[in-house]
Design a binder for this molecule. Structure first.
Ligand SMILES: Cc1ncc(COP(=O)(O)O)c(C=O)c1O
Length: 415
């Protein structure tokens, strides 16, 4: 019944209003730059203060943030990267074009995050990086993961696309590992008008490399040009603002060509206004999740997500599990669909996607992720833009769908 849902799954994950409109009006009225101006500077400053890292560099999407993060790893033939399979394909996609070996790590059955026990079994002398996601906004078990990686110098990349607004032990995702990658896609906890992203870390050398790459410069080794070589210095081209120092150098090894990943001023202006709203947006997500969990816990064969103390869920997704006889999960989904609630299953474990199967991955590699996705896992809408009436509808429909599905079981068993 796509398109006619009383409670659709997040087309917009955020609420946009007067503050965002005023920010755009201010930008237009200012006559100032529409690219690389003060809104971007302020957005990045506010973001790094919020996350608690030395650097936050905005880019055009979460995917680009991940591409740049993986580039910073300087992976070579024989290097290994351990990746969570329970995530959106953008997390691991940049690895497809690289010579490194990917190892998919099984997940914890409650959080759906990388399981530290499985991670431990995959780490070896060739492991260079761990690529994890804070699934749905519940932070991965960072203390245990960092205990395995820190002493071996393994870089931890956090995909924080779901995690903005959450906390782990009082700290923010994106400042827990070595590199954080955020998405401001329309569906996320805040949006920069539909698309946008941010990369966070502490290292100054990484900041220089990312800043060059996002502004159409190459990442390579620059050397002064030899005196008898081509010289196009400032003296020769004094009117060319961009001539120096680039034209006084040569670039030998190129690690990666640059690109234009500049977040527009309009996007940054909206991002600033959205950051002010973040607490309110996440609070509403948590309130909706609380109402859903109350209903779910009244029914048999169900399991809700209950993070342990110290983990503050950013609730980008609401996830629960139907753990009963075969077919029960499908009956619940059908019941919700018939009652006007759009359900999604996020995400088909990555190692089962054709591009990864072609590279030797497949069924049986991550049994927990597979069992949950094929048998138990359900994601319900919980975006803050749902009206109170829609939340009431969702709660009533969920209660009825669960009751009917379980009743169907007892009818079958008495036949
Ligand atoms: C876990 C995860 N990683 C990465 C991305 C990619 O972000 P973007 O859509 O901004 O490129 C998404 C977004 O959809 C995501 O959910």
């Amino acid at each position: 019944m796509r398109g006619t849902y009383a409670v659709p799954y997040a087309s917009r994950g955020s609420i946009l209003g007067g503050a965002e409109t005023r920010a755009l009006e201010q930008l237009i009225a200012s006559g100032g730059p529409l690219s690389t101006g003060s809104f971007r500077d302020r957005f990045e400053q506010r973001f790094r203060e919020h996350i608690g890292t030395r650097h936050a560099l905005s880019v055009t999407s979460g995917t680009v943030a991940l591409e740049l993060a993986i580039h910073l790893l300087d992976l070579r033939e024989g290097d290994e990267v351990v990746v969570t399979p329970q995530t959106f394909q953008a997390t691991a996609q940049p690895l497809l074009g690289l010579p490194a070996t990917v190892r998919f790590c099984d997940i914890d059955p409650d959080s759906l995050n990388m399981d530290p026990v499985s991670l431990k079994s995959l780490i070896n002398d060739r492991t260079r990086a761990v690529l994890l996601v804070h699934y749905g906004g519940w932070s991965a078990e960072m203390d245990e993961i960092l205990a395995l990686t820190r002493e071996r110098g393994i870089v931890v990349v956090e995909d924080c696309a779901h995690a903005l607004g959450g906390r782990y032990g009082g700290r923010r995702p994106g400042a827990l590992g070595d590199i954080g990658c955020f998405s401001f896609h329309a569906s996320k906890n805040i949006t920069t008008l539909g698309e946008g992203g941010m990369i966070t870390f502490d290292r100054d050398d990484w900041a220089e490399r990312v800043d060059r790459l996002r502004s159409n410069e190459v990442d390579g080794d620059f050397l002064p040009a030899s005196p008898d070589g081509l010289r196009l210095g400032r003296e020769l081209l004094p009117w060319m603002k961009y001539a120096s120092p680039a034209y006084e150098k040569v670039c030998s090894d190129i690690r990666r060509p640059g690109t234009n990943a500049t977040l527009s001023e309009a996007a940054a202006a909206v991002g600033l206004a959205q950051l002010d709203r973040l607490d309110v947006l996440v609070a509403r997500r948590r309130w909706i999740a609380g109402r859903l969990n109350e209903v779910i816990e009244r029914h048999p064969y169900t399991r809700t997500q209950r993070p342990r103390p110290g983990v503050e869920h950013a609730q980008h997704l609401h996830t629960f599990f139907v753990d009963g006889p075969p077919g029960l999960r499908e009956s619940v989904i059908r019941g919700l669909d018939e009652r006007g609630v759009e359900v999604q299953l996020r995400y088909l474990p990555l190692h089962l996607l054709p591009e990864w199967r072609e590279r030797g991955h497949g069924l049986g590699q991550c049994p927990v992720a597979e069992d949950l996705w094929f048998g138990q896992h359900i994601n319900l809408p919980c975006q803050p833009g749902l009206s109170d009436a829609q939340v009431d509808h969702l709660v009533t429909a969920l209660d009825a769908a669960l009751r009917t599905a379980v009743k169907g079981l007892s009818c079958l068993s008495s036949m």
